[in-house]
Each structure stands twice: as C-alpha cells, then as structure tokens.
Design a binder for this molecule. Structure first.
Ligand SMILES: [Zn+2]
Length: 247
C-alpha cells in the first residue's frame, strides 16, 4: 500500500498592506494566529483587531462587570506583543452573540473604517474538525465577518453607514479563516512563534482559571504542537494555517 499524499499548504498572499482581524473574544487570536501576525507586523504591515465582546462571561469565578475590563487589558497587552496597537470592541454580549444584521453592520462599519485588503477571522463552522463542538459566538462572528466583507462594499446595504461618513470599501481581496479543519494556506511561524506564546501568556487570568498547568508550559506546549503539526504540510517549518476565501 502506498502512503496517501499529504497536500501541502500554499503560502499566504503577501501583496497587501492592511489586515483586519475580527473575532468574538479576547484570546481567540492568541490561540495560534498571533504568531503569523507577528511575522506580518515585522514586515511593516498594519494589523488591527476588532473583538465582538470583551470576553466578560469567560471566567466562572469572576463576575462579568469585573471580568470584562480585565480581559480587555489582557487583550491589549497580548496585541502589543505582536506589534498591534489598535484594538476595538464592538460590545456585543459574550456567550450570546447573535448572528444577524446588527452584527454584520458593526463588522462592515469596522471594515469601512480600516479599509483592509485581508480580513482574518476564526472558525465559523459547527465543529473543530468534527471532534469538538464550536461555540455559537465563534460561528456567529466568523460567518458575519465573511458576509460583512461583501456588505462593506455595497452602498445600499446599511446605507446609514455612508450617512455617517463611512464610504463603501470594496478592497477586501481575501478572508482568511484560522482554526479551519480544511486549511488551504499557511504562514511561516519560525520568527513569530515565541511572540505568539508570549501574547497568549498575556491572558494570564484566563489561563489560570482554565488549567492547573503552569501557564508557560501550557501556552508553549499548545502553540508549538499546533505549529509543528501544520508544518508537516508546509515544508517542515512551524506554521499557522488558514482557509483562504478570495473575493
Ligand atoms: Zn473564543
């Protein structure tokens, strides 16, 4: 019997200047993506984060009114580690984000404000690789982001945005989905992986509530294993995978 051929992932496009990453919660980008983002900001590209919530329902022992501001601080610190200074929050409610026109409008507005060529989001499908059930927040935000990339370019969808001075932006060329079980592309994480680990470690309160493991051992172990597994399909280099949709 012959071994099945493992399809290699293609390098992500690099002919762009601005990216906008749109996810549901603080830490969503730090569970893998931020190693790729470090490589992009090293190369002089501008990356902005937009979070639908402040992750205020993420820690059982901490009430939302206290948890939200704390997780916002941890998120801003995690972004700074990989060269991202612009972090915005859309103030949807953690855990019960609704897919719908309000969410699409808020994301389309962010796309019009920042005018990215590349939009990044997190797995919008029902499961993580058919193994674990995804959360409704990730599904809603991922799906709304894929949709809003188109909405942002149409003057007659959400006409109130143009009335507020946010002109249509038709320049989104790709939406890249992290955490997909059917990735197509990857970014070399050789130089970004260490900062990726440190960016996840900034979510210290969250990680301490999640696991009894030493935070550094946990963050390094998780991200290194994922980057090496992706690397098996990317010339043996540690890498971050994306499923890339063209527009
Ligand atoms: Zn999340």
């Amino acid at each position: 019997m012959t071994e099945p051929t493992i399809t290699q992932l293609k390098p992500m496009p690099d002919d762009w200047r601005r990216a906008l990453a749109v996810v549901a919660h603080p830490d969503d980008l730090e569970y893998g993506c931020s190693a790729a983002i470090a490589a992009w900001t090293d190369a002089g590209r501008e990356v902005t984060y937009v979070l639908a919530t402040r992750g205020e329902a993420g820690i059982d022992t901490l009430e939302p009114a206290k948890c939200g501001p704390l997780r916002e601080r941890e998120q801003r610190a995690g972004a700074a580690v990989v060269g991202v200074s612009a972090v915005e929050f859309l103030d949807h409610q953690d855990g019960v984000i609704e897919y719908g026109t309000a969410l699409r409008r808020d994301i389309a507005a962010a796309i019009r404000r920042h005018r990215p060529e590349l939009v990044i989001t997190l797995n919008h499908r029902d499961t993580w690789g058919g193994v674990a059930w995804n959360t409704p927040d990730h599904v809603a935000v991922g799906r709304a982001t894929l949709d809003a990339a188109g909405d942002a370019g149409n003057r007659w969808i959400f006409p109130e945005l143009a009335a507020q001075g946010l002109e249509p932006w038709n320049g989104v060329r790709w939406v890249a989905v992290a955490g997909s079980s059917t990735p197509t592309h990857a970014v070399d994480a050789t130089t970004g992986l260490e900062r990726g680990v440190r960016s996840l470690l900034e979510h210290r309160t969250y990680i301490k509530a999640l696991t009894d493991e030493d935070p550094e051992t946990y963050a390094r172990g998780f991200l290194t294993a994922n980057a090496e597994a992706t690397g098996e399909r990317f010339g043996g280099k540690p890498a971050v995978a994306f499923e890339l949709f063209s527009r």
